[in-house]
Each structure stands twice: as structure tokens, then as C-alpha cells.
Design a protein around this ligand. Structure first.
Ligand SMILES: [Zn+2]
Length: 494
């Protein structure tokens, strides 16, 4: 068993060769146990070519049923081998077999004929019944370390007589995540570019556009807790075409290795990165601490998750940077940074206030306090609404907001997205474009909070509140607010 692309099936074929080779070579001076297939006899050639009659490769992923196992294994096994000593059954992705198929197979595994050899390969050993495992010899295949992958790739490019920089080879190794097949296929794509000398620039046509040296520069600034420069760098990279998700992935991998090195595991860096990056990791590890790194990894993992739902994908990463850079400075700031919903909300109003939704210095320095003031003074939305006989509610609306803010962190923000429609009897009705808002505000416990506030400001305990659905022309600014709210509450717009 082992991860994909590390040579399980290739090894299975080699074993099949060794069993059936007509000119098996016993290694000199050792026991008969160490044998090498000759690779030239008719059996070896047939197996290499994939047309050996006595080697059956079965892909369990596409043939999961018991019928297939009966037909291709149990029935076939009764006949003696055609031209070889053994019938070898290679079952790939064996974990995909149905339980009845496993049962059928089990009987054969319990009493196999002398001429039968089974090789089962899987990426997911935990899905194989214990009864099957207990009848097998188990060999575990592991991911290939980046350094070994690079060595392998170096052999290949030598054969091709092409120069590929180590930087590129390490990038390939990292992107393949220990999978030789992926690494070779990536290298193949890069060689197909047709250049004789290939550096990062040429390879960027194939490799995702993010590289470790950019990550190193960014990490340096981040570890100095320079939020402004870190956010500027991030946006520069994005403008230059770096794909954010890959960048964050690389950043997480880098910080993780840095953390290992901080904890004394220097090999982690040596196995994964090229020399230049290794040096930087060692340098950086002397000026940072594992606590900060752990927090950073956590935050960027979170931002990778959040970025998928955001119109400005980098916002979540920018928030992560902000929190990391301020959290260590003052206890006051730290407390704020732990309050996740409020931090998200404070960011959510930035684009509304600005013509361009980019994070400028102002944005970096903006605090929830400023936004609070914004909410209190921004009455325009209600001035334009025709209010039916309820000048009083309209007049006291800012006060209602203020009071609501004291009671609940996010309700005022949702309420702000609506329009005060009318008042019928003792019921205050506010219209919302999104049913998500309507449902949220009409939710019993939220409604109760709002009614409480309405009651105390309007001086009547019998005031009722109700959110109603209304169609409003799409407004890009509102959309952004909504998407932030969706992030904060984990809902979806309907
Ligand atoms: Zn042979």
C-alpha cells in the first residue's frame, strides 16, 4: 500500500517478472532469495509490453462487483499458466471492491492453487477487510522526498540533453508532493516547451505561477510584522499574475517547514527546498518563534478556506496578515483580534466607504470604532424611503441602531442592509433584498433582541418587528457587504 504515483503497480509488474522470468539471475554470492528478472526473455518482454497471458492486471476501481471477480479471478485461476510458471493477478485499487467481491476473493486467498500469485495494490489500506490483510504480506510505499525526486529528474534531463535549473526541479518536486508519476509528467510538459535551457521564467508556462523565493520575501516581511508592506507585496504578486491559492499553499508549506526548523528539525528544510531557500529558512528560524508560526499557519489555512467565497479573494489573506501583525503588539489589540466576527465586520465596510476596494494605508489603520461612527451617521438610506405615518420611528432609527449595537455585534449590520418600509399598528416592517436577511432577522431569538430595543427606544413594550422580502436593484456595494456577512455567518444568499 502507499500513496498514488510512487511505484506500486510498477513494482507489482517487476514481481510478476521475477516470478515468471525464464532466465532468472541470482545475485552472485547471495542466497537464492535475491533474484533479478532478465528483461530479455519472452516472458519478461511480454510483461513489459503488457500482453503476458499469465499476468492479469485488474483495475478494481472500474470493476468493483463480485461478478467480475468470479469471472476474471476465480474462474481463471482454475487453469494452469499458459507459458510461465505462475499466474500472477495484480489487483489495482483493491479497496474499491465491493464487500461481496472481497468475500469471493477471500475464499481463493485462503486456499490458492500453487501456481497462483496475488498482488494487491491500494492507496487506502483502511478500506481493506482485516481478513484479507491478514492473508497478505504487506509492503508500505512512501512519498518520495523532494531531494530524491530532484535526483531522479536530473537523470532524465541529462538523457534529454536539456538544462533545467535546480530551482525549477525543486518546484516540480514540491508540486508533485512526493509522487514520481506527477513529477515526471510535469517535467515532460516543461521539456515540451522546447527550450534548451529552462529557468523559472520559461517553466512558469507550465508550473503554477508562484515560487518559493517570492514566498521567502513575503515571509520575511510578515515575520517583521510589517502589515503594510506584507499586504503591498501580496497585492503586487497578484497583479503580477501569481495565483493566490498557490501562493497561500506555498506559504503554508514554507511556514510549516520553518516551524519544524524552529523546533530543531533542520532536515525538513533540506529535504524540501533548494539551497537558497534552505539558507533563508535557517536565518529566519533564528528570529521567530514557534508560537507565532503556529498562529500564522492557522490563519493562512483559514484564509485559504475563506477566499473561495469572497469577491475579493485576497481579503481573507489580508485580514490574516493584519491579525498576525497586530496581535503580538498590545494586549488590547490582541483581544480584538480574537473576536473573529467583529474583525470581519470591520473589514466588510471598507469597500463601501471607498471608490476602489483596494486596501490602502487607511484601510490598514481602520478600526471597528471608525465603522461604528459610520453606521451611526449614515442615515441616507432611510431618508429616501417613503415612511407611512412613522416619522417617529424614522427619527429614532439612529438611536435604535446605537442601542442595538450595544446588545448585539452583527444584528445592526444586517438591519442596515434593509429599508424601513412602514408601520402597521404596532409592527415595524423593514424590507430586505435577500431572503437570507429576512430569515435571519425573523429568527425568534434575533427578533426578540430587536423588539426589545425598539420597545425601549420607542417607549412601548408592545412593539413588534418584522423583516419582509423586497426586490431591490442590484447594488454592487451591497453585494460586497452581503458577501462579508455570508462569510461571517456561514450562510448563503438565496
Ligand atoms: Zn526474463
Amino acid at each position: 500500500m502507499g500513496p498514488r504515483g510512487v511505484g506500486k503497480t510498477t513494482t507489482a509488474r517487476l514481481i510478476a517478472k521475477a516470478f515468471n522470468c525464464q532466465k532468472v539471475q541470482y545475485q552472485a554470492g547471495t542466497s537464492r532469495d535475491i533474484i533479478e528478472p532478465c528483461n530479455v526473455c519472452s516472458s519478461c518482454v511480454a510483461i513489459t509490453g503488457g500482453h503476458a497471458l499469465d499476468v492479469m492486471e485488474i483495475d478494481a476501481a472500474s470493476n468493483t462487483g463480485v461478478d467480475h471477480v468470479r469471472e476474471h479471478i476465480i474462474d481463471a485461476i482454475r487453469f494452469i499458466p499458459h507459458a510461465s510458471s505462475f499466474k500472477v493477478f495484480i489487483i489495482d485499487e483493491v479497496h474499491m471492491l465491493s464487500s461481496s467481491a472481497f468475500n469471493a476473493l477471500l475464499k481463493t486467498l485462503e486456499e490458492p492453487p500453487a501456481h497462483a500469485v496475488f498482488i494487491l495494490a491500494t492507496t487506502e489500506i483502511h478500506k481493506i477487510p482485516e481478513t484479507i490483510i491478514s492473508r497478505c504480506q504487506r509492503f508500505d510505499f512512501k512519498r518520495v522526498p523532494a531531494k530524491e525526486l530532484v535526483e531522479r529528474l536530473q537523470i532524465l534531463i541529462k538523457e534529454e540533453q536539456v538544462e533545467v535549473s535546480d530551482e525549477v526541479l525543486y518546484e516540480i518536486a514540491r508540486h508533485s508532493d512526493g509522487c514520481v508519476r506527477d513529477a515526471e509528467s510535469l517535467l515532460g510538459q516543461i521539456l515540451a516547451i522546447g527550450e534548451k535551457t529552462i529557468g523559472l521564467k520559461e517553466a512558469s508556462l507550465v508550473l503554477p505561477a508562484s515560487n518559493m523565493l517570492l514566498v521567502v520575501d513575503f515571509a520575511k516581511v510578515l515575520l517583521q510584522k510589517d502589515a503594510r508592506e506584507a499586504i503591498r507585496l501580496l497585492n503586487t504578486y497578484i497583479d503580477q499574475g501569481v495565483e493566490l491559492s498557490h501562493f497561500l499553499e506555498d506559504l503554508t508549506a514554507f511556514l510549516r517547514t520553518l516551524l519544524f526548523v524552529c523546533l530543531g528539525g533542520i532536515e525538513a528544510a533540506q529535504e524540501t527546498f533548494q539551497e537558497e531557500v534552505q539558507k533563508q529558512i535557517v536565518l529566519l528560524s533564528q528570529t521567530t518563534d514557534s508560537g507565532f508560526l503556529t498562529e500564522a499557519i492557522e490563519r493562512f489555512l483559514e484564509s485559504r478556506r475563506l477566499m473561495k467565497t469572497d469577491k475579493i479573494p485576497q481579503v481573507s489573506a489580508e485580514i490574516a496578515i493584519m491579525r498576525l501583525c497586530v496581535s503580538q503588539h498590545t494586549p488590547h489589540e490582541q483581544k480584538k483580534s480574537l473576536d473573529i466576527p467583529s474583525a470581519l465586520e470591520s473589514q466588510s465596510f471598507l469597500p463601501v466607504n471607498k471608490s476602489a476596494p483596494s486596501l490602502s494605508d487607511n484601510a490598514v489603520l481602520s478600526s471597528p470604532q471608525e465603522n461604528k461612527e459610520m453606521i451611526q451617521t449614515d442615515k441616507t438610506i432611510f431618508d429616501t424611503v417613503p415612511v407611512l405615518n412613522l416619522e417617529e420611528v424614522k427619527e429614532k432609527w439612529p438611536q435604535i441602531f446605537e442601542r442595538l449595537q450595544e446588545k448585539h455585534a452583527s444584528l445592526p449590520l444586517v438591519l442596515k442592509a434593509g429599508e424601513l418600509k412602514n408601520v402597521q399598528g404596532n409592527e415595524v416592517r423593514v424590507g430586505f433584498e435577500y431572503t437570507f436577511h429576512v430569515e435571519m432577522l425573523n429568527d425568534h431569538k434575533h427578533k426578540h433582541v430587536i423588539e426589545d430595543v425598539l420597545g425601549s427606544v420607542l417607549g412601548s413594550s408592545s412593539v413588534r418587528f418584522s423583516a419582509i422580502h423586497q426586490k431591490v436593484e442590484a447594488d454592487p456595494e451591497t453585494d460586497q457587504v452581503v458577501s462579508k456577512l455570508l462569510d461571517a455567518f456561514g450562510g448563503s444568499a438565496i
